[in-house]
Ligand binder design. Structure first.
Ligand SMILES: Cc1ncc(COP(=O)(O)O)c(C=O)c1O
Length: 432
């Protein structure tokens, strides 16, 4: 048995499912991969096999693994004792940097995970509007808490009867879906209808401003503009869930890229430069509803741990460097074009959709994916074969078990790395 297989066998004795997080089991290979070390755009498993990383910690390592500048910032925080659960000047510095970088941010708070960030935005929106309905969009992912783990579609992707929802996890109490309304993504008519009929009940609309959780689905400009106008017109709060999209294509995230400013947003993954930090924030008068000034609770022992705050400050300074996105776009173009050409050459019906440093690969769809229902038509079995074949050729992709997955690269990826990845992927596609 290999060390990876041994490790999985041992992990299963002590960790539920052999993992610390359910989606870390890569469905394409039927187990997690156990990594030994990582540097830049590469990772090595316990058997010493090297992979070019096109998962990049599910989006958290946008700079690259083990970046020296991030590491130096963390080491300095550790050197000073990393006293947690107390405020220090690092928190204010990071908050200032975030407010200067992301358009909607006037005040922020720190959390440990993206899940907590969406939960607190939703609570805050309900507190500040006195309404309870949450409008969400088909397939968009907002974390693992009980307010959002619902779908208005059945397992085959057909609509459930109006007002009915399917729970996406066992163990959720009945009734929470009473507070939800769900409509398709990118559908202006559906949006206008729901606001015309129920606008007065809606506390908040939450969306993935770039819908990366189904690969890479970009919003139509007229849809995102209508969403901004209708929420404002009906007194509902617009929340952009930028846990995954933040810093991906611009320092100010999807809101900067699209030119649409929400009232609140969440920021996760890349913000911590590979360390556990998420953020929520937005308009001053909404954020001032938080205790102790206001009456909406947000607190947590490990919120804003000094090591993660130091890492995030270093990471954001790197995202703000002038050549960061020029490099990302150059690498992205080479990778996305290269993969599309390979699929064509091998006669595989697949295409790539990408924006900034993240992308989706869609098998068997043959048209641009603009919504969840179209994404659901992808050939999952083929995608799993592609991922398994890529892993065996030394390129790491992750499957999360749901719709078409998101993949990505980091800033440490150079053109030579892309070319090497493409050579490996050419073999992988050939063997699929
Ligand atoms: C858009 C979006 N929101 C929320 C979350 C939840 O974040 P976390 O896994 O940090 O709890 C994710 C995670 O993938 C996400 O992509």
């Amino acid at each position: 048995m290999s060390r990876v297989e041994n490790q999985y066998a041992e992990a299963q004795q002590y960790l539920a499912g052999g993992v610390s997080s359910s989606t870390r089991v890569n469905q394409a290979i039927g187990r997690p991969l156990f990594f030994d070390r990582a540097a830049g755009c590469r990772v090595w498993d316990l058997d010493g096999r090297e992979y070019i990383d096109l998962c990049c910690s599910h989006g958290a390592t946008l700079i690259g693994h083990g970046d020296e500048r991030v590491r130096a910032a963390v080491e300095e925080a550790l050197e000073r004792g990393a006293a947690c659960s107390y405020e220090n000047e690092l928190h204010t510095n990071l908050a200032r940097l975030l407010c200067e970088t992301v358009p909607c941010l006037e005040l922020v708070r720190f959390t440990g995970s993206g899940t907590e960030a969406t939960l607190h935005c939703i609570r805050l929106a309900r507190a500040s509007t006195g309404r309870r309905k949450l409008l969400k969009f088909e397939g968009n992912f907002h974390g693992y808490h009980d307010q959002v783990m619902y779908s208005s579609l059945d397992e085959e992707g057909a609509s459930l009867p109006a007002g009915e929802f399917r729970q996406l996890s066992a163990g959720m109490p009945p009734g929470l879906d009473d507070h939800l309304i769900e409509v398709p993504y990118n559908d202006v008519a559906a949006l206008e209808q729901v606001f015309a009929e129920r606008g007065h009940e809606i506390a908040a609309a939450i969306c993935e401003a770039v819908y990366y959780n189904a690969g890479c689905v970009q919003p139509r400009q007229e849809w995102i503009t209508a969403l901004r106008q209708l929420t404002a017109q009906h007194g509902a709060i617009l929340i952009f869930d930028e846990v995954l999209s933040a810093f991906r294509m611009a320092p100010g995230g999807a809101q900067q890229h699209l030119g649409v400013t929400p009232d609140l947003c969440t920021i996760g993954k890349a913000v911590g430069g590979g360390y556990p930090l998420s953020v929520f924030g937005g308009r001053r008068e909404i954020m001032e509803r938080l205790m102790p000034q206001g009456d909406s609770q947000h607190s947590g022992t490990y919120n804003g741990h000094p090591s993660a705050v130091a890492a995030a400050t270093a990471a954001i300074s790197i995202y703000r460097e002038t050549d960061f996105y020029a490099h990302v776009n150059q690498v992205g173009k080479r990778l996305f074009d290269g993969l599309n050409q390979q699929f064509q050459r091998h006669g595989v019906d697949a295409h790539v959709q990408g924006l900034g440093a993240r992308f989706g690969v869609y098998f068997g769809i043959g048209e641009e994916v603009r919504d969840y229902r179209t994404a659901l038509r992808h050939d999952r079995e083929k995608m799993l074969r592609f991922i398994a074949s890529s892993i065996s050729e030394g390129v790491y992709f992750h499957d999360y078990g749901g719709v078409a997955c998101h993949h990505g690269f980091c800033r440490a990826t150079e053109i030579a790395d892309v070319d090497e990845a493409l050579e490996r992927l050419d073999r992988a596609i050939g063997k699929m």
